[in-house]
Design a protein around this ligand. Structure first.
Ligand code: HEC
Length: 238
């Protein structure tokens, strides 16, 4: 039994590490800011339009931004473990905690045409991912500029944009598309830790409360000391 548990844990860890190591490129820095409510909300709206058919956000049921964007439990898909040939689209509530914002930002922009792969596209960050490219219409189609077999040798030395080229233009310019994806990553980053905004608000209240409490206690202690001193002098006068 112990052996079995250990195998499962080790197996899981190794698979996870492998998935991370398969990135062929250096990640880009995602310029996110989860305190910017407008971009978080924009990202949530894009997410609802493009991702919610496949991915749930089930740990986000009660947050106000998801509600406003319409990311609600009754629209969230539920997959069994055998769906998608055993790779069902995972819940994304905590994906930024698990993978990092930079990983997701780079992953989403580095799909390229690959007729040899089951979905027709491949990805420089997650090689052979089962996720179909959702951005053909807006980003356009990218192609790999080096032979697939070279990717192993240049692993981690280049950025995705040095290896891919737009073959057909999509509805957005490159810059618009980057912003669009970044908004979505911002929403996912916020989703991984929505309480951080709440915590900051509560934090200021707590500090304010402590300052007031300190002043009250100080005043109280001074008045006690006054009292004590007065009593002391009264008794020594006698
Ligand atoms: C048609 C279904 C489908 C759509 C639409 C889709 N995805 Fe996915 N996605 C998948 C599948 C399937 C996987 C798992 C891939 C694998 O196991 O190889 C995945 C994986 C991911 C992962 C990695 C998750 C992890 O735990 O490592 C991220 C991040 C992601 N998707 C983001 C998105 C975003 C953002 C959108 C919307 C723009 C989106 N996906 C739209 C099917 C989809």
């Amino acid at each position: 039994m112990k052996g079995l548990i250990l195998t499962v844990i080790l197996g899981g860890t190794v698979t996870y590490v492998n998935a991370i190591e398969q990135s062929f490129v250096k990640p880009d820095k995602a310029p996110i800011d989860i305190k910017d409510r407008a971009t978080v909300l924009r990202g949530a709206v894009h997410f609802k339009a493009q991702c919610l058919t496949c991915h749930s956000m089930k740990y986000m049921r009660f947050d106000e931004i998801s509600q406003e964007a319409g990311i609600v439990p009754k629209l969230m898909p539920v997959w069994d473990e055998f769906a998608w040939g055993g790779n069902p689209p995972p819940d994304l509530s905590l994906v930024v905690k698990r993978r990092s914002a930079d990983w997701v930002y780079t992953f989403l922009r580095s799909f390229y045409l690959d007729a040899g792969h089951s979905t027709g596209f491949n990805n420089l960050v997650w090689h052979n991912t089962k996720m179909p490219n959702p951005f053909v219409g807006i980003q356009g189609q990218q192609v790999l500029m080096v032979p697939l077999s070279d990717l192993q040798h240049i692993r981690g030395e280049k950025r995705w944009s040095e290896l891919l080229e737009l073959e057909t233009q999509g509805a957005m310019t490159g810059e618009q598309f980057d912003d669009y994806v970044n908004d979505m990553v911002n929403y996912l980053a916020y989703a991984s830790d929505p309480s951080s905004l709440e915590r900051e608000k509560i934090g200021s209240w707590v500090i304010g409360y402590m300052v007031v409490l300190f002043i009250v206690l100080l005043a109280l202690s001074l008045s006690y000391w006054d009292d004590i001193k007065r009593k002391h002098y009264q008794s020594s006068d006698k």
